[in-house]
Design a protein around this ligand. Structure first.
Ligand code: GLN
Ligand code: ZN
Length: 757
């Protein structure tokens, strides 16, 4: 018999119950017992959903993040958290600097947060030093195991493996963190022994670093770790996900564990190799249902493909989703008003578990046992494959006509800049902002009423135009050189465009955890992308009609649209990106035709799309940059293209950033003291740059001297003629009362710089 399980399940609850409970607790509006009780309900529901599987996963629930849970478990919360507080409050202090407002405390620095592999989930970075010691704090973890057992759950606890745990952390004193492993292993061994005492047979231990390029010392660390942990009185299922094993394949197969899980969606071509290298006594768990997207699996195809493997492996074959289901929305059944045709093609976490059991039953008992389910699935798969909403002739024809030519500007930057200078006649150190202005309650309310049909379009348009008037008036008063319309009509930089493009749909409850209590609801690209009509032109034209200063047109770029959406699995990401690029290219050209001659195309998520393995970076960067260029470069020489990126790591991708060939790039720099510009300098980055001069995440108003000193540092690295002055990012999360003085200061600094020049 095949064994079924999942590597993890979403912990947020079907309607984001955990978020609301966490935030109420943090605001001091509820007791810890309320929070604990909602959490227990979510765990119980999750185990209930997994009842149809052979194992139910325990230990995947988290009050914030599973890496921080591991820090708690091994006694490695940052020392600055207040040790006289209850454990959960210390944990929240580590996560967010403070716990419930109702608890007396001194705020501490929160731990650093970073992306979990190539997902949009963020974890809290463990902190290490040479003298870091570990100590088992298993009360909470074991209480979940007992709670599960009380509910009759066949518990398979999950742990983040010790080597990945260390790999994911950061050494604070430059010591070599891998040296900490011998101190950490006894803690894991002790925990495994306690789990055995609780009657646990199998423990899932995640070592996702096995899909990355590992240096020798990390490979050795894995050997050392599993040689030690293998002595524990439980069976270990070593799991890998998000990628293929490549040079780590033999290592993963041969580590002394009782089983190995591989992500067969990302490592399809390695299955045969893994099976042949896997020792005869080991279980192979195949991750066959995609845990990273929202599409139904072709179950008939999967059953057919698995049948020979099942014959060969027999009981040694386990089946699971490819990775934890943390990365997909919880339940498609919550979506009551989703387009019925597209809904039939979708599968969220709950549905993915059903798919898994259908496949296992078909293999264990024969297809007849699930004939109806398989037939229904075949129907959905066929409908999607042949739908004219997915495959559009007009889009396909347009794609055929794409040539490399359309990715190029007519003249190189050096020529364009002269024409643009003559046209716009901007001063040295021109000032601008990144696009959005404060999203006031007034704006949100109007948008909501419009959505609900309580405001008709003319009324809504009037309200938004009033906001644009305000934004333009404020900017003129402040004396900025290049203005923006303020993005009042946009609720989100991807959703706003996705809603106007064909090929996209939006769920209502399709939330996925991003970090802590924060969730995102990525739109779903289901079909060929087309733009039925202009999306931004009227708003920008209106803004331009109010002022003689140039107003920038504001767009989200194709790569960011792609990286922040759930995408099709029936064509490569690059193909979907190209469709987006063509649609947004048309918008760029429409803006230009409407007399908008400065156009910003935001690519906030370009870096996020980088593959896990460096060897694959260039390929991604090539098509991503080409898509950006196709979007941007269909304009006249005089039209100035801006792009914006709000992160501060350009070292390893500077060549591609330059290849985008935007006339102006604005970036986040204020917190790096302009050192970030070193790489632009070293590369002799040829075009204009607007290094952010103040941190928009903070309510503090910068000082003129501070901005001037930053710009002087910038001018040591980039010729002053090519510098712009702007904030780090958009201002939508700030208040006007903060924005205005900050921008006034910024403009004053620019004026003084011009005088000095
Ligand atoms: N134009 C967008 C804004 O100002 C850019 C947002 C972003 O970079 N994340 O809000
Ligand atoms: Zn930004």
């Amino acid at each position: 018999m095949i064994t079924t399980h999942t590597l993890g399940f979403p912990r947020i609850g079907k309607k984001r119950e955990l978020k609301f409970a966490q935030e109420a607790y943090w605001r001091g509006e509820s007791m810890v017992a309320d929070l604990e009780s909602i959490a227990a309900t979510i765990r119980q529901q999750n185990w209930q959903s997994q009842k149809k599987l052979d194992f139910q996963t325990v230990g995947d629930f988290s009050f914030y993040d599973h890496v921080l849970d591991t820090s708690l478990l091994v006694g490695n919360l940052p020392k600055r958290t207040q040790s006289d507080l209850p454990e959960l409050d210390q944990y929240f202090q580590a996560a967010r600097g403070q716990t419930s407002k109702a608890v007396e405390q001194t705020p501490v620095a929160a731990a650093e947060m970073t992306k979990w592999f190539d997902t949009n989930y963020h974890y809290l970075v463990p902190e290490f030093a040479a003298d870091t010691d570990f100590e088992l704090h298993a009360n909470r973890y074991l209480s979940y195991v007992r709670e599960a057992k009380q509910q009759g759950v066949n518990a398979k606890p999950v742990l983040l493996g010790p080597v990945s745990y260390i790999w994911l952390g950061k050494s604070k004193d430059d010591s070599n963190k891998v040296d900490l492993l011998p101190k950490l292993l006894p803690v894991y061994s002790a925990l495994l022994a306690q789990l055995a005492e609780e009657g646990i047979e199998w423990v899932q231990i995640d070592e996702p670093i096995l899909v990355t390029e590992l240096e020798d010392d990390w490979q050795q660390a894995l050997n050392q770790a599993y040689l030690a942990l293998n002595k524990a009185p439980v069976k270990l299922l070593l799991t890998t996900y998000f990628g293929s094993l490549k040079t780590n394949l033999r290592l993963a197969c041969e580590l002394p564990t009782a089983g190995l899980h591989i992500d067969t969606l990302n490592a399809a071509e390695e299955v045969v190799d893994v099976i042949s290298h896997l020792p005869e006594n080991k279980v192979l768990s195949m991750g066959v249902i995609n845990g990273r997207n929202v599409w139904k699996t072709d179950l008939n195809d999967l059953v057919a493909g698995l049948a020979p493997i099942h014959n060969r492996l027999g009981d040694r074959l386990w089946l699971a989703p490819s990775c934890s289901l943390l990365h997909v929305p919880v339940d498609l059944n919550s979506e009551t008003d989703l387009d019925a045709e597209v809904k039939d093609w979708l599968s969220f976490a709950e549905q993915k578990l059903e798919e898994l059991t259908i496949v296992a039953t078909a293999l264990n008992e024969g297809r007849d046992a699930v004939a109806a389910e398989l037939a229904a699935n075949a129907k959905s798969i066929a409908a999607r494959q042949t739908s004219s909403r997915v495959h559009r002739n007009d889009v396909q024809q347009r794609l055929q006509s794409v040539t490399d030519d359309i990715a190029n500007r007519q003249q190189p930057y050096a020529e364009r800049t002269k024409l643009q200078q003559a046209k716009f006649n901007l001063p040295m150190y021109p000032t601008t902002t990144i696009g959005s202005f404060p999203q006031t309650t007034e704006i949100r309310q109007a948008r909501q009423m419009f959505r609900k049909g309580e405001l008709d379009f003319p009324a809504y348009q009037g309200k938004m135009q009033a906001q644009i008037q305000r934004a333009i008036a404020e900017q003129e008063q402040v004396g900025l050189d290049v203005l923006v319309h303020g993005e009042a009509e946009r609720n989100d930089m991807v959703e706003y465009f996705g809603e106007q493009l064909e090929g996209y749909i939006f769920s209502r409850f399709g939330w996925v955890q991003s970090y802590g209590s924060r969730c995102v609801k990525p739109p779903i690209i289901f079909g060929d992308i087309a733009r039925p009509k202009a999306m931004t032109v009227d708003w920008i034209k209106y803004a331009q009609s109010l002022t003689d200063k140039p107003v920038k047109g504001m767009l989200t770029g194709p790569v960011t649209m792609l990286n922040w959406s759930f995408v099709r699995d029936d064509q490569p990401r690059s193909a979907t990106c190209l469709q987006l690029a063509l649609a947004i290219r048309d918008e760029v050209q429409d803006l230009e035709k409407a007399g908008v001659n400065i156009i910003q195309i935001d690519e906030a998520a370009l870096r996020e799309g980088l593959p896990l393995r460096r060897a694959e970076w260039q390929d991604y960067l090539n098509w991503a940059v080409r898509c950006f260029r196709i979007t941007a470069n269909g304009v006249e020489n005089e039209t100035q293209i801006h792009t914006h990126m709000c992160y501060s790591e350009f070292n390893d991708i500077i060549e591609s950033i330059a290849a985008m060939d935007a006339d102006v790039i604005t970036i986040e720099t204020s917190r790096s003291d302009m050192e970030l510009l070193d790489v632009f300098n070293a590369f002799s980055y040829p075009n204009e740059i607007g290094p952010g001069v103040y941190d928009i995440h903070s309510p503090n108003i910068p000082k003129v001297e501070y901005i001037k000193s930053l710009m002087e540092k910038a001018a040591q690295r980039i010729p002053a003629e090519r510098l712009w002055v702007n904030p780090d990012c958009g201002l939508k999360t700030r208040q006007w009362a903060e924005v205005k003085p900050a921008l006034q200061t910024m403009v004053e600094a620019a004026k003084q710089l011009r005088q000095q020049h």
